[in-house]
Ligand binder design. Sequence first.
Ligand code: GTP
Ligand code: SPV
Ligand code: MN
Length: 602
Amino acid sequence: MFFYSPKETKPDTKHLELMRWVREMASLCRPDRIVWIDGSEEEKKRLEDEAVAAGEIVRLNQEKLPGCFYHRTAVNDVARTEHLTYICTRKKEGAGPTNNWMLPKEAYKKAGSYFRGAMRGRTMYVIPFSMGPVGSPFSKVGVELTDSIYVVLNMRIMTRIGQKVLDYLGPEGDFTKCLHSKADLDIEKRLILHFPEDNTIWSVGSGYGGNVLLGKKCLSLRIASYLAKQEGWLAEHMLIMGIEEPNGHVEYVAAAFPSACGKTNLAMLIPPDGLKVKGYKIWTVGDDIAWMRIDTDGALWAINPESGFFGVAPGTNSKSNPSAMATIKKNTIFTNVLLKKDFTVWWEDGDEPAPSEGIDWQGKPWKPGAKNEKGEIIKGAHPNSRFTTPASQCPSISFRLEHHHGVPISAIIFGGRRQHVAPLVYESFSWQHGVYVGATMASERTAAQFGKEGEVRRDPMAMLPFCGYNMADYFQHWLDIGGRLQKKPKIFHVNWFRMDENGKFLWPGFGENLRILEWILSRCNNSVDAAKTPIGYVPLPESLDMTGLNLSKEAIKKLIEIDRFEWLQEMESQKEFLKILGDDLPEQIWQEWEAQNKRLAE
Ligand code: GTP
Ligand code: SPV
Ligand code: MN
């Protein structure tokens, strides 16, 4: 094979393995140019201008939205494609029964044929990035090669990138090898491949966030969960937030909800009017990913490895999430929302009424009320349209985001979107019972993943699409962590989405969720009693502070009610799921299932 040497900017690194790998991937993808990303402001400007000129992004109205850009992905490329996402381990058991699996050799061969020559006529950007503050012992370095400026600009917001990362990496530091090409954006030739044994990620044929910002789900969850298992820590699909009491004391919680189930909203919560007199203040540490480890004090400490938010736009407004609205006023990239005539953006359930016209997420002229051939309303913004915005711009951002040490976690909260069955909140009986609660969690499918919306599926710890190894071993890992923790966070389950018989939400949600966090924290410091039910502890109605909330006693009762009949059915459905994990499932999870089933039947 002859050596391929395109034009290349001079890398400022002595990392020979990194340079060898970049050239090897270039000789596969055949870009016209290789550009090493340094992370500077000048470089950002240059890339923005280039991408605007090429039509890859649109510069928005700089008076109204300074530093903001707009991008549309291909119509068939607007959400993560879980059916095209694989864990490639030498043995199938390594991936387990809940992941798609391919033999590494075959995966490299198949994707290699899609990558071959895919960057002809394009530039390959080399993005060194750090998940977590650069140089923190808890951070991980990756290098993403991509032919998309949109990816570079997003990675610049979501992670720490550039020369400082190369400097930290030195001549032989470890890094995750991340290769991405849009190729032809052909869904038939799209693959999102993870090779945990090689610390490598290959993504081809997509331009959608979760598939291509390889520091996010691919590295920080799938690869990181695999590393975390080996190194004795946890990589989770969780928000991290601090709740400050008037005396200045801050308690931190971490919460795992599936995609588009309210992590961003909860992490940025504004105390509701009725609780204002109590003087709480909320600090946002992260809205999507938590890396947690046991420190020398025997407690669980967490960092958010990201530096930006990739949040769902529709439904975001000054009432539901004022902090997000303040964050996205500048330096934000909007993807797949509606583009207005004045080069600002709009989405359903935002702050403004629908404009009289605009360009919708499919790139077509749009008018409010327009319908398709089937008579369905055409949305201006795709339900999974998103904003990419710097965390530093968030009014509630915690200064601890840049702390190498992270924050101590008092409570872990699991949650899903369930119209029925799951009560507003309950507390597990123990760490082991809590792990079982997380392991059997379920949620209705949302627009964040390709597939049928609304269908209930088990999504253990909100990690079903993100666990980089066998789910059964993952549960065992959670049990082991509990065994090592001297100060165990209490484990809770919440459901903001319970509905009445008319299909209306029983709970107002959003800012009002602080009332539930307040109860959770009082349970953590043992300052409030609770009612024992077969599934866990629920609040005594009088111990929830409902000041200023106009909710009937009836509704509150319904919200925390446990219907034994529904729950016995739920147990059967849990059993079906647990059986899929076979003999590898830790015995303790079955014991918890049996015990709960017995309590419910009594
Ligand atoms: P990913 O970014 O996909 O991981 O999702 P996320 O968990 O951060 O989801 P996000 O906070 O963006 O949730 C978005 C959806 O949840 C929107 O449709 C919101 O309107 C809805 N939502 C968030 N919080 C609440 C709540 O407390 N009650 C109700 N009813 N809906 C909520
Ligand atoms: C999710 O789907 O859980 C997200 C968005 O946070 S993505 O990064 O696309 O996965
Ligand atoms: Mn997410």
